[in-house]
Design a protein. Sequence first.
Length: 194
Amino acid sequence: MQLQVIQNKIYEIRGQKVMLDFDLAGLYNVETKAFNQAVKRNIGSFPAEFMFQLTRTEWRGMRSQFVTSYTEYADNQQDALPENIGSSQKKRRRDLLPYAFTEHGVTMLASVLKSPTARKMNIAIVKAFIAMRKLVIQYAEVLKAVDDLRERIDGHDAQLNQIYDALENMLDKKAVEENRQREWDERERIGFKK
């Protein structure tokens, strides 16, 4: 699976990069319900910094991030989920809030989901998190380089202004001296004339 497909399923919630339970279940090719049951059977492996459940407000905000719109089913009180998740996860009860897994939580899933498919997918997901972290670091380095250039340019601007001021002063002095010399040369001479 391409890293980009996985990276598109990584969201930022509470200042952390996370993946949602239904996306992970889709990637692992299991139903969300079975996925969450496996996690709950091993809940001791998932402290709060590895996994947390979204609040209703966070879930509403997340739903607005999905490109596809949600269709509400008034008769069975379910929300449709985006098309990019597994077919077994197309509908989710409105009262069930998804779980979010941090990078460490995703790594811990390897000890819970032990199928060969899950292991391969887990490696791909961890690589996606690592690639995203590298991009963030590179972005920070580029911003620092731009700031350094800006400081240099600002410093050069100040130095160039000082040089321009000095040249103007020199030109003004030269003009004053030339004016004095011209006045001296054009003065009316007194004394002996030849």
